[in-house]
Design a protein around this ligand. Sequence first.
Ligand SMILES: C[S@@+](CC[C@H](N)C(=O)[O-])C[C@H]1O[C@@H](n2cnc3c(N)ncnc32)[C@H](O)[C@@H]1O
Length: 349
Amino acid sequence: MKLGLVAQNPIEWVMKRLNVVPAPLLETQMAYTLSRLVMVATKLGVFNLLATSPMSGARIAEVCHTSRIGTEKLLFALAGAGYLNASDGAYALTPVSRKWLVTASSHSLADKMLLQFLEWDWMLRAEDYVRTGDPLDLHNSLTADADWDLYQRGMRAIAPSSSGEMVRRLKVPRGARAMLDIGGSHGYYSVVLCRKHKGLRSVILDLPEAVTQAAPILAAERMGDRVVHRAGDALTADLGENAYDLVLVSMLVHHFSDEQNSELVGRVARALRPGGVLAVQDIFRPHTPKQAGQFGALLEFYFALTSQSGTWSIEDMTRWQQQANLQPRKPIRYRTLPGVGIQAAVKPH
Ligand SMILES: C[S@@+](CC[C@H](N)C(=O)[O-])C[C@H]1O[C@@H](n2cnc3c(N)ncnc32)[C@H](O)[C@@H]1O
């Protein structure tokens, strides 16, 4: 899949083929306008409001405390873009907005839309990054509690996109009892794995600022003391010895350098019991733009800009694992999230 101009009739198709459509104009202006409007409508509560029933623009403006004219323009744009249906003077949700943008939906990406207000500001640094090569120090740039809250909620919102495949495809040692979820934030991956493996309990290690904001998100899962937080720094924390059957490191290695990851995997190897599994879930660095495709290549830039090191290849991950005397398994490449997957390894008996 990719983003781009989609011809809606044969004449448009021919014009596109002949390269007479100003593609860069349309692709960029439409992309940023649509992005911002979906984010704004989410923030103002438009999608949640319409989950109750269709409504007129005037009524939506009244309930959302927004201007009538501005709201009408927003609704009109979203209806043209397929995020709302407009008929008989009322606006209603479409299947896409109902499933993905209403907070009460189990698939809701609403919190990710709110995080994107921060990400928008991060993207403003793109030119600077290209000129200087200096990426954003994301975790040190988050100063306000509200920003940490947006970050943790945003991560939680996208976790279900991969948790289903993780639970189905990650081989957890039989009878596993103890799990460590490093940089685990909201803890959703621990929650779904502990729900599937009845005897399993998990400790989520994350920075203190993250734990403060993620605690209520985890509490909402009602896992009690089976899944708990521990505040600490993954780069220095004592992870113990022969203590865990499963260690998950999800979406963290792209924040660390090669040396930091190699050292972390060494400590994880000591912390695993014989037969225990380390699962590194992350974006796999693609070798060529063609292999990456549009999404993978754009994400490659995003992660280079917003993390201190950028993504790592499967070969890098297996090298850290082999250096720590772990036995790498075949990588799991997600079908629902191209470019993302799990590189797991086992501690030999
Ligand atoms: C991109 S989020 C991933 C969250 C979660 N593992 C997931 O996959 O959805 C990275 C997480 O790692 C945490 N983190 C970053 N640096 C860390 C460190 N040095 N020690 C512990 N956690 C860290 C952040 O606070 C954040 O919660």
